[in-house]
Ligand binder design. Structure first.
Ligand code: BGC
Length: 746
């Protein structure tokens, strides 16, 4: 950021006076002329809310974005010109703990950065050219506010009796308030926040409310999600309402918090509200969020109804950039479930789950990134996350950690999780065409692969979490050896880096990595490939090997046949975890087995998505719902986006939209739908950097009718699924027709 804004200081409330409170900070200032522009640059750590003359500045929540604060902090810029008043004005800020002062969970790992603190500059320009700045400095005053305590995991306590009406407006007497203390900055470089803000994006109404005791109610929001609830009530001063949150109920219909990770965090997700009294009160928390479908309300005064409570869906508010629907309701449900799960898990960081860990695990991000890019304009999220990985690796010896950002790193990344650092830049590049992301991370990516090369024994990478959460696996893979998946990722990363090297003019490196890829491939074939049976021994092994084109071309059909045989031999069930799920469906369709892919989506017995749905899932589970996990290891989360890799299949295969990596950013597009027998129609769209791409087909009485919209400036090669005829298209609208052949190509 430009140096002119550095005159501000970091300020806060003295720790011994603040306790757990979210302090209020205020500053009066007078305007002396006609304002032509006013811009607020602000960073309140961990979270802030700001007001000018009693009006909230913007509709962001949980601002600013989470980072490694000792390395970088995000400054949020707001145009507040319209908020200035003649004469006396007041800038008011409430400071939450957020991730900066997260001192209640995983305390032993010391995730704490410091006391909450504020930095801001309000830059005002007058009509006559004069400029003025209102900065955070010792002239500010502070006081304890109504948020008595707040923590991202544990929840918020709000005592409405402690509200100070008018505190953020002119005319309020702050004589009793104390002086702020000037603090050290967090240490990190200040960057302008460019990722879209977190917002309340949707409000849910309860689908059922049940009395569970005197003043106690069980509320079902009908949808597992992340955010909080807003309540509306009337009670006497001091009446205390407790809200507890969970993803499911126990057999007795009471709240079961085990899947929210209490065993790991040591805290329940719980908010408390204490009434001010004397009229209708409305409240929602501001410095916490919960992963939940059910809310247990207790201590409620008087009658309780659906109007008294609503669910607030909270996530990074990126633009929707894709849509898919088809004639098969099951696929539509699974698509929506993947999106609910992804949205539940993005608040400036791609999280693993919104209740238990809330961490940016790299392996999860690797399998989520592509379907995120199809559905949302989320490039800025992934670019920010890559910078998070950069900062974390800088802090920890140059190699990625398992998690970024934050102090909970869980150590140096295991090889397969680390590979996200090579793959995500590539996905972003292919989808956006932006080379900068490759240049920016070239050094880190190559350092990582050189490290893996040094660790590999005879080109095989032994270590890894593996095909995480395969059926029965309790995390540890039971069906596919981690050495196979890690080595396949090593191969894929070497190939990607070879391509990146070519693009960046690093020819020697490119050639070296291409050579490495060849060596890894040969080693994988030697160690894991059973040539006689044409198999790598598991569904995930075969699906990934086919997707990464490791299999010799002449063997591909046989490996696909082995994959099919394995699935059918298990009565149409998967043995895949998060990695297999990313590739299985595309590979089956790509080898002429789309009907089987569809059948897997319709399977209802364990392990299957149908089984999750039958057991009430509204977001994807961490694993397949093995009963033994609940008993032995604490229940798993019910909101884990890493299981959603299948969502790519809807776009790339059923609708058949594929970016061409040699002309990235959809400059050239391959259009190649692969219709399984059971589908009557598919309609998908995606907003490419050039504009909207549409692929929609239907089976019209034996004729395949395909409507296509290619954005201006793009070219596309469309392949008709049955005749194999190819058409070269440019920006425009087309209708192509083919004779529908049940079961595949003529
Ligand atoms: C997380 C996962 C993560 C894994 C790796 C889990 O606790 O929730 O999503 O990738 O650990 O060990």
């Amino acid at each position: 950021m430009k140096s002119k804004v550095y005159e501000a200081q970091w300020i806060g409330m003295a720790a011994e006076r603040r306790g757990d409170n979210a302090p209020l900070l205020r500053r009066r200032f007078a305007l002396c002329g006609e304002v032509v522009s006013a811009e607020l640059n602000i960073c309140g750590l961990g979270y802030y809310e700001a007001w000018i003359n009693g009006v909230r500045v913007a509709d962001h929540v949980l601002d600013p974005a989470q980072t490694d604060y000792t390395e970088r902090v995000m400054v949020v810029r707001h145009d507040v010109t319209g908020m200035m008043a003649a004469g006396e004005n007041v800038l008011g800020v409430m400071l939450g703990d957020g991730w900066y002062n997260q001192n209640k969970v995983w305390v032993e790992a010391c995730l704490w950065y410091g006391e909450p603190r504020l930095w801001c500059v309000l830059a005002i320009r007058y009509r006559d050219g004069r400029e003025e700045r209102v900065c955070s400095d010792e002239a500010w005053r502070c006081s304890a506010g109504p948020v008595v305590s707040n923590n991202v995991y544990a929840g918020e306590v709000y005592d409405a009796r402690r509200e100070q009406p008018g505190w953020n407006m002119a005319g309020f007497c702050d004589d009793e308030w104390e002086r702020v203390v000037v603090m050290e900055g967090p240490g990190g470089r200040m960057e302008l926040q460019t990722i879209p803000p977190i917002r309340v994006t949707q409000t849910l109404t309860p689908v059922s409310i049940r009395g569970v005791g005197e003043g106690s109610y069980m509320v079902d929001m009908g949808q597992n999600h992340a955010g909080w609830v807003k309540i509306r009530l009337q009670g006497s001063a001091g009446t205390e309402i407790t809200l507890r949150f969970a993803e499911r109920l126990d057999d007795a219909g009471m709240l079961d918090t085990s899947s929210t990770g209490v065993f790991a965090t040591g805290v329940e997700q719980r908010d408390r509200y204490i009434c001010r009294g004397g009229g209708v009160e409305e409240w929602e928390p501001r410095f916490t969020y919960h992963g939940f479908r059910y809310v247990e309300v207790s201590g409620w005064p008087g009658a309780f109804s659906a109007e008294a409570i609503s669910g607030r869906v909270v996530h990074t508010d990126f633009r929707v950039a894709g849509g898919f629907e088809c004639s098969d309701e099951r696929l539509d449900v699974l698509h929506r479930m993947a999106l609910w799960t992804h949205r539940s898990n993005v608040r400036s960081v791609p999280e693993d789950c919104p209740a238990r860990e809330r961490c940016g695990w790299l392996g999860d991000a690797n399998v989520v990134c592509e379907y995120s890019l199809w559905n949302y304009d989320s490039r800025s999220l992934w670019e920010k996350y890559l910078d998070d990985i950069e900062t974390t690796r800088r802090l920890h010896g140059g190699l990625p950690c398992n998690i970024a950002p934050g102090k909970r790193t869980c150590g140096m990344a295991r090889p397969d999780w680390a590979m996200a650092f090579v793959m995500i830049p590539w996905y972003v590049y292919v989808h956006s065409g932006a080379r900068g992301v490759l240049e920016r991370h070239w050094e880190g990516m190559t350092r990582l692969i050189e490290h893996l090369r040094a660790e590999a024994a005879e080109w095989i990478v032994e270590d890894g979490y593996g095909d995480w959460c395969d059926p029965g696996g309790d995390g540890l893979c039971t069906h596919t050896p981690p050495a196979l998946t890690s080595s396949l990722w090593f191969y894929q990363s070497a190939r990607v880096l070879s391509k990146v090297g070519q693009l960046l003019g690093e020819t020697a490196a490119a050639e070296k990595y291409e050579h490495w890829a060849g060596q890894v491939k040969a080693a994988v074939m030697r160690r894991f490939y059973d040539a006689a049976r044409a198999t790598f021994g598991s569904q995930t092994g075969n699906a990934m090997a086919l997707a990464f084109r490791v299999v010799p071309e002449e063997d591909e059909a046989r490996v696909a046949a082995a994959l099919v045989e394995d699935i059918l031999g298990r009565d149409t069930h998967v043995t895949t975890g998060i990695m297999g799920l990313r590739y299985l469906f595309e590979v089956l369709s790509g080898h002429g087995h789309g009907d089987l892919a569809l059948a897997l989506m319709h399977q209802d017995s364990y392990p299957s998505f149908g089984n999750m749905l039958a057991r009430g899932a509204t977001t994807l589970w961490e694993g397949w719902g093995e009963p033994e996990h609940d008993l032995a290891h604490g229940a798993r989360s019910l909101n884990h986006p890493m299981m959603g890799g299948y969502d790519n299949w809807f776009y790339t295969t059923l609708a058949g939209m594929q970016p061409d990596e040699t002309q990235p950013g959809f400059a050239h597009i391959y259009l190649r739908p692969m219709p399984p027998r059971g589908l009557a129609w598919v309609r998908a769209w995606h907003d490419t950097p050039y504009g909207r791409l549409v692929s929609a087909w239907r089976n019209e009485g034996g004729e395949f009718v395909w409507e296509i919209e290619v954005p201006a400036g793009c070219r596309a090669t469309a392949t008709l699924p049955f005749s194999g005829r190819q058409c070269r298209l440019e920006g425009g609208t087309y209708q192509l027709r083919d004779t529908y052949v049940q079961g595949g190509r003529v």
